[in-house]
Design a protein around this ligand. Structure first.
Ligand code: F6R
Length: 265
């Protein structure tokens, strides 16, 4: 696992954009599916703005890219502004010129979320492997919407959000935690582990504890983000505030300073 500690959230956005572009280029070069795994929430936004800036200024092409989402709320009607399909269209994929037909997420709006979970897992099997999966981390250590206690081998399924996560996400729903759906569909931890490269981004002091627990704590279902320790290619990108509880912070800075150009992301 590579831990990249950077001074500002903007620096994190640039490095995440580099890592995502590099993984997509690598997939193209290998003749592998060019599948980009996306997260929603606040953490990826600066990286998304950087990707859009590069696309606009340099013409970086996304013509061959398929995008897949990590998760979705259950019960928001299709087209609801806070449904993750809608958020990702608004924040990223439209601006990159990715055809909506090539942007996939679990269907949380249909009558049968349990079947939708199986369908989404099958779609990921058929479309993947995901070249690179971007992740945020919840204040309780979740990745995707795999809340504490999630099986480390889980697949896409329905989960019930903790009250903590609903409170954390209330800001997207007019500060009303009761308006945040209670149920979600999420790629499982086992599903996420199938991606070729995992890139987790976290910024701000409120992420310091979950980042330290995921990166340096024991592997445990109580901290779903700790499952990253099982993956052979993980890049954790944090600003100084989110990395402030890492005991090995000095070592990570040293490694970054002495990184070989050939190592890439
Ligand atoms: C969102 C997702 C979640 C978020 C996490 C952090 O698709 O999968 O795991 O990444 O809740 O959210 P923010 O970035 O808003 O702090």
């Amino acid at each position: 696992m590579e831990v990249v500690l950077l001074p500002t959230p903007e620096d994190c956005g640039r490095v995440v954009a580099d890592a995502l572009e590099g993984a997509l280029t690598g997939a193209r070069d290998r003749g592998a599916p060019v599948v980009l795994g996306l997260a929603t929430g606040s953490s990826p936004l600066l990286a998304y703005r950087e990707l859009i800036r590069r696309h606009t200024e340099d013409g970086t092409s996304y013509d061959d890219v398929t995008a897949v989402l990590l998760d979705e709320y259950v019960g928001l009607p299709a087209g609801h502004p806070e449904s993750y399909r809608e958020v990702i269209r608004r924040e990223l994929t439209d601006a990159l010129g990715i055809d909506p037909a090539r942007v996939h997420g679990p269907d949380g709006a249909g009558p049968d979320p349990l079947a939708a979970a199986l369908d989404y897992e099958a779609l990921l099997e058929a479309t993947g492997p995901v070249a690179v999966q971007l992740l945020g981390i919840g204040t309780n250590g979740h990745i995707g919407f795999n809340e504490p206690g999630s099986s480390l081998a889980s697949r896409t399924r329905v989960k019930t959000l903790t009250e903590q996560t609903r409170a954390d996400n209330a800001r997207f729903f007019g500060d009303d935690a009761e308006a945040v759906p209670r149920h979600v569909l999420t790629q499982g931890l086992g599903t996420i582990l199938r991606a070729g490269h995992l890139v987790l981004v976290a910024t701000g002091e409120h992420k310091a504890a979950p980042v330290a627990a995921a990166v340096e704590g024991p592997l445990t279902a109580s901290v779903p983000g700790s499952v990253l320790q099982l993956h052979p290619h993980v890049t954790v990108v944090v600003d100084e505030a989110a990395g402030s509880r890492l005991q090995l912070a000095d070592h990570h800075r040293y490694v970054l300073e002495h990184k070989l150009a050939a190592q890439g992301w």
